[in-house]
Design a protein around this ligand. Structure first.
Ligand SMILES: Nc1ncnc2c1ncn2[C@@H]1O[C@H](COP(=O)(O)OP(=O)(O)OP(=O)(O)O)[C@@H](O)[C@H]1O
Ligand SMILES: [Mg+2]
Length: 410
């Protein structure tokens, strides 16, 4: 074998992660500690399906990372164990983040119930009514209960209104032999308020709320995963409690806690360190935060980016504190160079407030003058992020401009 540029990295690395798959968020664990109540609750509601009776529809609610998707998939697996031939009930899972239009959802459901290739509904082209009727026909042929999970159900509503819910929740009135039951899953606390009263009462016949995890619960979850993912003795004792404490403080989100653990382990491996320590967790957390801020900045509207660029410019040029008026002058100049129309100063003040709310800057009221409030503006992002903003292709003309003419302010 010849030499390769991968050699140094490969030679340096010590394998700490024995089974990387276990730390991925797509992995479904066999046990879900601290969701026993929620699982039992749902199991009680859907048990009638095992004797071909229609269970109530359920709406599962809870913040992101509280185990909703993991729990419904786990229950689906267990249901299949209880009825291996699917004689009495079938479990159908649809992720509405991926399919969010009525046709797509019905198509996805049909694909899971129609086995014969010749009878499949085409990917596009049929009328919605035809799809609907065909599905009803196939449901009825099977003479059983179908439990249909619509995960991230709020996505449908955002893009396509609530027509599909009407379709699905009234299907039982048309079905003769079979029954369907809907489990909606959402992390949007306002989802119920957005539904029409008729659909609200149908979808939410039963509600199950998943509370965020506390630090002790997160520790248990992480510990179980870590045991499976890492070889013995590669992780310091403090790592799991530290990851759990940070994540519980932020949100009680198990996904974030697992991400933190995985990234910490990655950093340790890449460094060629022989164990994962709290120092790696601190590193990982900083990197996650950095990525999150960069994500926010990437999606800022152009005018906000220009305001942010003006604030940065002011901070680079001035020793004294930067106030709203300074930002506005530079803002106007940059707009000119980039050929963007300038907004009024009042509007820029709003954009400054928005940047403040996003945590990218701090804007403190300094005085109330004739022209409204003056605010003192500080940057709340580090040098790496400032460089990232400056390198945005939006600002490329600024570089060229600087080479040509001598700018007044820039
Ligand atoms: N009790 C638990 N035990 C073990 N792992 C868990 C537990 N709860 C959640 N997880 C893990 O945490 C991650 C996030 O969980 P999950 O995807 O189920 O969250 P969610 O509530 O569906 O969030 P979202 O609303 O963002 O979809 C997954 O990797 C999941 O396996
Ligand atoms: Mg989910």
């Amino acid at each position: 074998m010849g030499e390769s540029i991968f050699d140094p990295s490969r030679n340096k690395r010590k394998v700490l992660i024995k089974n990387r798959n276990i730390l991925q968020t797509t992995y479904i664990p066999d046990q879900l500690p601290h969701r026993e109540n929620e699982i039992n609750n749902i199991v009680d509601i859907i048990t009638p399906s095992l004797s071909k009776n229609k269970p109530s529809n359920i709406l599962i609610m809870g913040k992101t990372g509280t185990g909703k998707t993991a729990v419904v998939n786990y229950i689906g697996k267990e249901l299949k164990k209880a009825d291996p031939e699917e004689e009495n009930c079938s479990f159908i899972y649809v992720n509405c983040e991926i399919v969010d239009n009525p046709y797509g959802i019905l198509f996805n459901i049909s694909n899971q119930i129609i086995n014969n290739q010749d009878n499949k509904i085409p990917f596009t082209g049929w009328s919605l009514d035809r799809v609907y009727e065909t599905i009803i026909e196939h449901f009825d042929k099977k003479n059983k209960v179908f439990i249909i999970v619509l995960d991230e159900i709020d996505r449908i509503l955002q893009k396509n209104g609530d027509e599909i819910f009407y379709f699905l929740t009234t299907m039982n009135e048309v079905l003769k032999e079979s029954r369907i039951s809907i489990i909606g899953v959402t992390n949007n606390a306002k989802f119920m308020d957005l539904l029409s009263p008729r659909i609200k009462s149908r979808l939410g016949e039963e509600k199950v709320v998943f509370p965020p995890y506390n630090p002790v619960q997160l520790q248990d979850i992480l510990k179980k995963r870590a045991e499976l993912a890492f070889g013995p003795g590669v992780m310091d004792e403090g790592v799991v409690p530290y990851c759990a404490a940070i994540s519980a403080q932020d949100s009680g989100d198990a996904r974030k806690a697992l991400d933190l653990l995985r990234i910490s382990a990655d950093i340790a491996e890449r460094n060629g360190d022989s164990s994962i320590t709290e120092a790696h967790v601190i590193f990982a957390r900083n990197r996650i935060e950095l990525d999150a801020v960069i994500e926010v900045i990437k999606t800022l509207p152009v005018q906000s980016k220009i305001v942010l660029r003006s604030i940065i410019k002011n901070h680079e040029e001035k020793d004294s504190s930067v106030i709203t008026g300074d930002v506005y002058s530079v803002y106007k100049e940059i707009c000119n160079i980039l050929n963007y129309s300038t907004l009024k100063e009042k509007r820029i003040a709003d954009l400054i407030s928005e940047l403040d709310m996003l945590g990218i800057i701090h804007a403190r009221v300094k005085s109330f003058g004739r022209n409204g409030r003056t605010r003192e503006i500080e940057l709340n992002i580090n040098k790496d992020i400032i460089d990232f903003v400056k390198k945005d292709e939006l600002f490329e003309p600024l570089l060229k401009y600087k080479l040509g003419k001598q700018m007044k302010l820039l």
